[in-house]
Design a protein around this ligand. Structure first.
Ligand SMILES: Cc1ncc(COP(=O)(O)O)c(C=O)c1O
Length: 337
């Protein structure tokens, strides 16, 4: 067991024993190897650096109550990375190779997984880049696939704490027929300025409207949007430029399991005032409750105020209990490694 203070872990980079690295050349991936050095030599003309051929994923591995180590829905991330690769003309990683890479790198870093009960997990960060030199705009002729792993702590140490959100009409995240629906690195470069602006103004998260009309709710910079109606209906946007979140997909199913109605449809901005709870959802935090949303002079205050609403809380615990093996995994989401 590593000498790590599990209680002080945040969501920060930490070098672990190894990462796994594969190279694609002449139409095929090599067998991959575990690498201890966390630096990487690359051509200064690599297509990832100039033309943004870079995709990543984020998922978690848990030390469960029964002592076993399980990944939560890794195939969903593998499939999303495959879609991202195709959309950005990169060599795709097939699901079996992704799963094998995950098993190899996690098993080499077992002692970095936070013990059950600490609320932590092993964060898994797959990365696919065009590593071959390319000076004209074109896909690279060489790709590198990595999976790095690092322990992260629970986001909420004293219960789920709601945050303030802002909407900026001056910045968009993703065009309707662009790449918002895949996990391309450039999407995050595109949102950083608005994100920093929001942060400096006291808003931990920013909410984007659809780029075409600014009439419909899309998602937050790194998480999906959901709202709960007073009757307990779970509503989440239907948009071609929103990233299909594994967490949102999970919450929708758990909401059904809990007897809630689920609607995936366009959400006009005006409808925000009718929700009794609003949350941001994603792998890192599962659910971040929202207390208020500011757009220019308008402030929408959620009735939940500085408390997490009951439906969001219930859904949050339902996900975590499956992830840590506390309740049965009836949907076969967890994969033992
Ligand atoms: C833009 C965006 N939306 C939503 C999510 C949440 O997705 P997931 O639940 O798969 O982590 C993420 C994080 O990956 C994201 O970057």
């Amino acid at each position: 067991m590593q000498n790590i203070d599990w209680s002080s872990l945040g969501f920060r980079y930490m070098k672990t024993r190894s990462h796994i690295r594969y190279t694609w050349r002449d139409g095929a991936w090599n067998k991959g190897e575990l690498v201890t050095d966390d630096t990487f030599n690359i051509s200064i003309a690599a297509s990832a650096l100039h033309y943004g051929q870079a995709a990543f994923e984020g998922l978690k591995v848990f030390k469960c109550k029964d002592g076993k180590v399980r990944a939560f829905r890794p195939q969903a991330n593998a499939e999303r990375m495959h879609r991202t690769a195709l959309r950005t003309c990169m060599a795709p990683v097939e699901v079996p190779m992704f799963m094998d890479a995950l098993k190899r790198v996690v098993n080499d870093n077992l002692d970095y997984i936070p013990p059950y009960g600490t609320g932590g997990s092993l964060y898994i960060r797959p990365l696919l880049i065009g590593s071959g030199p390319q000076i004209g705009v074109a896909p690279a002729d060489e790709y590198t696939f990595f999976i790095m792993v690092m322990p992260v702590g629970p986001y909420y140490k004293g219960g789920l704490k709601p945050v303030s959100a802002a909407i900026y009409d001056d910045y968009d995240r993703a065009a309707p027929k662009g790449v918002g629906h895949v996990k391309v690195a450039g999407n995050y470069a595109a949102s950083l300025y608005a994100h920093e602006t929001a942060k400096h103004a006291g808003f931990p998260v920013e909410l984007y409207l659809d780029a075409k009309s600014h009439k419909f709710v899309e998602e937050f910079a790194t998480s999906n949007f959901f709202g709960i109606k007073p009757d307990g209906t779970y509503v989440t946007p239907d948009s071609p430029s929103v990233l299909p979140s594994v967490t949102n997909n999970t919450l929708k199913q758990l909401a059904v399991d809990l007897g809630m109605a689920v609607e995936t449809r366009p959400i006009p901005f005006e409808e925000l005032e009718t929700f009794s709870e609003i949350g941001a959802c994603g792998t890192a935090v599962v659910v971040t409750p929202v207390s208020d949303i500011t757009r220019g002079d308008k402030v929408i205050k959620l009735p939940t105020g500085d408390k997490c609403g009951p439906y969001s809380e219930k859904l949050y615990h339902a996900v975590q209990d499956i992830q840590y093996g506390v309740t049965p995994d009836t949907h076969n989401w967890c994969v033992e490694l």
